[in-house]
Write a protein that binds this ligand. Structure first.
Ligand code: SF4
Length: 397
């Protein structure tokens, strides 16, 4: 029978896709690409006896290669891409009198809440697809062209800390030119299970690096995993887009951690930009009500459905109520960022190349077609993904 577990946000149940991934890997003539979200590398080790907060990126990449994936890429690369688009969109709204606050759109958990409960506010979030969806669109176009592979022969598998991403990947609008951005989503726990099923001795693996060009990322891409990180990454880039000057990477210490609603402000070229960060669906609802009532005077708001952000996602190793584990995962994420030479999304050379060779301008026409989406009012009360509707991705058009 189908194995189902429950998301801590209580909004979704999990459907397991391990057999689909094995089928993809074993299929003739398919190029199977895997991408891993920033939060996976700081939690996967827990399934193999490592201390919480141990970063196992190199072993994770080696394990994915042993499992038989043809290309092992990093969602962090696409997190940098998301920042390019989201920061450009923010600057555009700021300079052209567009709707503010802009809300981050990379968490399908809260987007679902918005579509169900705030149908008159659908023009507030950024229109950016989330990083793994952007990644899929780029893989089946830019990468497919570079490698001379028919996009129909590429299968994109996302390893995510999240159960809502499974639902998001099946949204009808998450495609480009008839190809689904992402074909299969598995959770961090499912990846651990696959590694065990395959008999791979994880702890004795030698570290390996991601493949290129979709495997290089900045520290800004890493911090997407923690509450406050998307906003910090976006402001690092937006500030330099506005001023045209490169400085030390901005560190928004005040919006880190897992308090419910956090605030900060920063001067960008004479504008006092006010930001807020929330995590947890109850706080999301509160801030959306404040916006509706005209009481939230912010320029940018980051909203994440899970406690502490994606590091506390419903697909992560179980923490059994131990919030110290979340703290350690968060510390590990910021350590990754601080140790990187590249810390700003717009300085990622592969991102620059992608725009130069393929996309043109950030927030331009091609980027819009491939990397942006829209939101639709949903009937309220239907918040559960069921095994039946996830198997039929295109039927809810
Ligand atoms: Fe998924 Fe939770 Fe992250 Fe939202 S915060 S994207 S629901 S893991």
């Amino acid at each position: 029978g189908q194995c189902v577990s429950v998301c801590p946000t209580a909004s979704l149940t999990e459907v397991h896709y391990i057999p689909d991934v094995w089928n993809a890997i074993n299929a003739e003539g398919k190029h199977v690409v895997v991408q891993t979200a920033p939060a996976v590398r700081v939690a996967l080790g827990e399934e193999f006896g490592y201390e919480p907060g141990t970063i196992v990126t190199g072993k994770m990449v080696a394990a994915l290669r042993s499992l038989g994936f043809d290309s092992v890429f990093d969602t962090d690369f696409a997190a940098d891409l998301t920042i390019m688009e989201e920061a450009s969109e923010f600057v555009h709204r700021l300079q052209h009198g567009g709707k503010l606050p802009i809300l981050t759109s990379c968490c399908p958990g809260w987007i679902q809440l918005l579509e169900h409960s705030f149908p008159d506010m659908l023009d507030i979030p950024s229109t950016c697809k989330s990083p793994h969806q952007m990644f899929g669109a780029i893989t089946k176009t830019y990468f497919a062209e570079k490698m001379n592979i028919n996009p129909k022969d590429i299968i994109v598998v996302s390893v995510m800390p999240c159960l809502a991403k499974k639902f998001e990947a099946h949204r009808p609008e998450m495609e480009y030119e008839g190809n689904r951005d992402v074909d299969i989503v598995i959770s961090t726990r499912e990846l651990a299970k696959m590694i065990k099923e395959a008999g791979i001795d994880f702890t004795s693996l030698e570290d390996e690096d991601f493949d290129n060009p979709l495997g290089v990322s900045s520290g800004a891409g890493d911090i997407f995993a923690a509450s406050g990180g998307v906003l910090e990454a976006a402001v690092r880039t937006a500030a330099e887009m506005v001023t045209g000057k490169a400085g030390e990477p901005i560190e928004f210490i005040d919006v880190r951690g897992y308090d419910g609603i956090k605030e900060a402000s920063i001067d960008i070229d004479g504008t006092n930009v006010k930001v807020a960060v929330t995590n947890g669906l109850g706080n999301a609802r509160k801030i959306l009500n404040d916006i509706k009532a005209g009481k939230a005077e912010y320029h940018i708001i980051e909203i994440m459905a899970c406690p502490g952000g994606c590091i506390g996602g419903g697909g992560q190793p179980y923490i059994h109520g131990d919030s110290d584990i979340l703290k350690k995962r968060i510390e590990a994420i910021y350590k990754e960022d601080a140790n990187k030479e590249l810390r700003k999304s717009h300085e990622n050379p592969y991102i620059k190349k992608l725009y130069d060779e393929y996309l043109g301008e950030p927030y331009g026409t091609k980027a819009h077609e491939m990397l942006h989406t829209h939101f639709t009012p949903k009937r309220s009360g239907i918040t559960h993904e069921t095994p039946n509707d996830v198997k039929k991705p295109n039927t809810d058009k």
